[in-house]
Design a protein around this ligand. Structure first.
Ligand SMILES: [Zn+2]
Length: 708
């Protein structure tokens, strides 16, 4: 249907008038609401108009490219698959550095047009189409499009009648960037001449002289002498007169470097545009082009202090917000880093500086939010979810990947000059370029991530004690079950979440740790007086806790959760060794398994163990031995007899062997197995958390936990 409509419009060169009605909303920015310039206009077009105009754009772009009518070395804005800002800023930085070091003269003038997109005359658009030999049919179609185009402007409480658009390229339209570039291309083609190019700054054999940078409406003129710079400014002024665009001379700026004795120095070039002087950049001041700051020394001190301030202010804001720590970490990864990434891409800051200044700041607060002790190891947070990490990275990781991306842009640019720039600067980026040379051009960042994870895994093996849980659990559980486990943790209240993260790396306030941190004198257990109160001792091994029934309470709480789901199994009678159920003792002479599922021809026993994270195998062997004779102890006859063992660790992990149990449950399609397993983990975690908080208190025999 849509295809038919568009084909019809295309073949008849029609742009339906209902598609030429756009709506502009004004979004308030700041300051006085009475001033329209304090609002940001966003224009919405009918969706079909967008589809149609993007089709026109794609056709025209291919046509221009195939016929080599457009220039993409000097003008880099809006072109497909060209990272224009990076390519331009890298080359311009290199020119300034070269001039300073080699004591060569260079003059750079930035030009500013008054509201370029909005001031374009519609006649000029047609002239540009003609200049590029755009076929008559297409020209008529675009003419039709611009003819009778209306917008209504709306604020919160008022909408205007449709207003005809008489000037400027259409706001928010897919075709506009290309049309604007074609207009600018009439200028670029004029100066894209071998003789004019020689006016540019030339400094080495592999790079051509460079006289002009263009990105959308941002121009920079680069020459070796003031005279040549003035000549190019005159060309620009003439082009502006022809095109009807206005230069805002007071917003332009010029910057110069020249030889001064035996060194080089910044100077203030004297240049004019239509009898007005171009304001020169003051000595030791910087100018900005495409979001990057350039100066004589190209020092990054100001950038560094701004980065540090920005990061500190984001983190302090985050610190004040009442958010779950996992969300704070997520906001850092997804939002805060995105605010640094651009600067990380365009400025070379040194790994050491980023580690010492930015990493340390992030680490300090993350440790505070997760309530980790200063000495706690941080590496586990970098790991992916399936390895019990939080997929968190530090600013230095983001910095490395941003620099890598920049290098990759230069290396894989379609512009040969930019490839040469890459080769020329290789000595300054050794580590990035090694990675680039080893990997597929598209995926260098994946390789960086892989290497980082590998490095962390190696470190984890070295820090054996702190990481024994992580390394043992990742070996004994499936990745799938660990991701589910992470989801359970993230759903728990903040205090339990923080408790779990600490427990994973043995950083809980056990007396043994408190002695190490010099907070208490004796490491012994408060309730049983054992010599060392470790995490293992509190979670599973305290003799007083055993006699109090603390661990049995946890065990029975998990059992109760399981039975909620098992009671839905059809065709079985359920016997469970907790109050409220028929008891398995009715079925056995001496032994007493936790659960029995009984049908007329089958008896299935389930034995649950809640052990320490590193003790799955030991617990299983113990139980198998203990119940090796269970079938002979069974009172009833003529039934198939089956034994299933289930282990859940004190932190809720379930080893691979749980598949036997899952297979049993999967007989009944109505039972939500993954929910049941998650609830078993949740109850184990909550119970262990409670046991931990009660490590110095008398046991009060609480009721079994009930989370289903
Ligand atoms: Zn104890």
């Amino acid at each position: 249907m849509l295809h038919n409509i568009i084909t019809h419009c295309w073949t008849n060169q029609i742009f339906p008038s209902s598609w030429k009605q756009a709506f502009t909303i004004l979004i308030y920015k700041k300051k006085a609401k009475s001033d329209p310039s304090n609002f940001r206009p966003i224009t919405l077009q009918p969706i079909l108009a967008k589809v149609y105009s993007s089709l026109i754009r794609n056709r025209m772009y291919c046509y221009l490219l195939d016929n080599d009518y457009i220039e993409t070395k000097i003008q880099k804005g809006f072109w497909k698959s060209i990272s224009g800002t990076i390519e331009h800023t890298e080359l311009l930085s290199n020119i300034i550095n070269n001039a300073r070091i080699k004591q060569r003269q260079v003059i750079i003038t930035l030009l500013d047009l008054k509201n370029a997109f909005g001031e374009v005359n519609h006649d000029l658009i047609i002239k540009a189409l003609e200049y590029h030999h755009v076929p008559e049919e297409l020209k008529v179609l675009i003419k039709n499009y611009y003819n009778g185009y209306n917008i209504s402007i709306g604020t919160e409480d008022y909408t205007t009648d449709p207003i005809a658009v008489k000037k400027g390229v259409l706001q928010g339209d897919c075709l506009s960037p290309l049309l604007f570039n074609m207009i600018v291309n009439t200028l670029i083609k004029t100066i894209d001449d071998e003789k004019i190019k020689l006016m540019g700054y030339s400094y080495c054999k592999s790079l051509l002289p460079r006289h002009w940078f263009q990105f959308a409406d941002d121009s920079a003129v680069v020459t070796s002498t003031e005279i040549d710079n003035q000549l190019l400014l005159n060309v620009f002024t003439k082009w502006c007169n022809w095109s009807g665009l206005m230069i805002k001379v007071d917003k332009c700026s010029t910057f110069g470097i020249k030889k001064n004795g035996s060194s080089s120095a910044q100077f203030k070039p004297y240049l004019r545009i239509s009898n007005e002087m171009v304001p020169p950049t003051e000595i030791n001041e910087s100018f900005e082009y495409l979001g990057k700051s350039f100066s004589f020394a190209m020092k990054t001190n100001n950038i560094k202090s701004k980065l540090t301030d920005d990061l500190a202010s984001y983190i302090e804001t985050l610190n004040r917000l009442p958010l779950h720590p996992k969300n704070k970490l997520l906001i850092i990864s997804k939002y805060v880093y995105s605010k640094l990434r651009w600067r990380f891409s365009i400025y070379q800051l040194s790994d050491t500086w980023v580690i010492q200044n930015l990493d340390s700041l992030v680490k300090e607060f993350v440790k505070r939010w997760l309530r980790l002790p200063q000495s706690a190891n941080f590496t586990h947070l970098y790991l992916p979810s399936k390895m019990l990490g939080m997929k968190f990275s530090l600013p230095s990781d983001v910095y490395k990947s941003s620099q890598l991306a920049t290098r990759n842009i230069l290396k894989s640019s379609k512009n040969e000059e930019i490839n040469n720039l890459y080769k020329l600067t290789q000595t300054k980026y050794v580590s990035e370029d090694v990675i680039l040379s080893q990997s597929q051009p598209r995926k260098p960042s994946d390789r960086l991530v892989k290497e980082t994870v590998q490095k962390i895994c190696n470190e984890l093996h070295l820090l054996q004690e702190q990481n024994s849980i992580i390394s043992s659990i990742t070996q004994q559980c499936t990745a799938h079950s660990l991701i589910a486990w992470q989801r359970v943790c993230e759903s728990l209240p903040e205090n339990i979440f923080v408790f779990i993260r600490k427990a994973l790396i043995f950083s809980l306030c056990t007396n043994t740790n408190l002695v190490r941190w010099k907070k208490v004198i004796s490491p012994s257990c408060n309730i049983c007086n054992a010599v060392k109160q470790t995490q293992l001792h509190i979670f599973n091994n305290c003799s007083k806790a055993i006699s109090d029934g603390r661990y049995k309470w946890r065990h029975d709480s998990i059992l109760k959760t399981m039975c909620h789901y098992l009671s839905q199994l059809i065709g079985f009678d359920l016997f469970v060794d907790i109050n409220g159920f028929a008891n398995p003792t009715e079925l056995f002479y001496n032994l007493r398994p936790d659960i029995v599922l009984l049908s007329p021809n089958e008896a299935i026993t389930i034995e649950l163990t809640c052990c320490f994270e590193t003790n799955f195998a030991k617990s299983r062997a113990y139980k198998e031995n203990r119940y090796s004779n269970l079938e002979n102890d069974f009172k009833l006859e003529k039934r198939k007899f089956k034994k299933i063992f289930v282990e859940v660790s004190s932190l809720g992990f379930q080893p691979k062997q749980i598949r036997e149990f899952k297979k049993l449950i999967s007989q009944n399609k109505n039972i939500n197995i993954s929910r049941m397993l998650q609830k078993m983990s949740e109850v184990a975690l909550r119970a262990t958390f409670y046991i931990f908080t009660q490590r110095g208190n008398k046991w009060s025999n609480p009721e079994l936990l009930n989370f289903i």
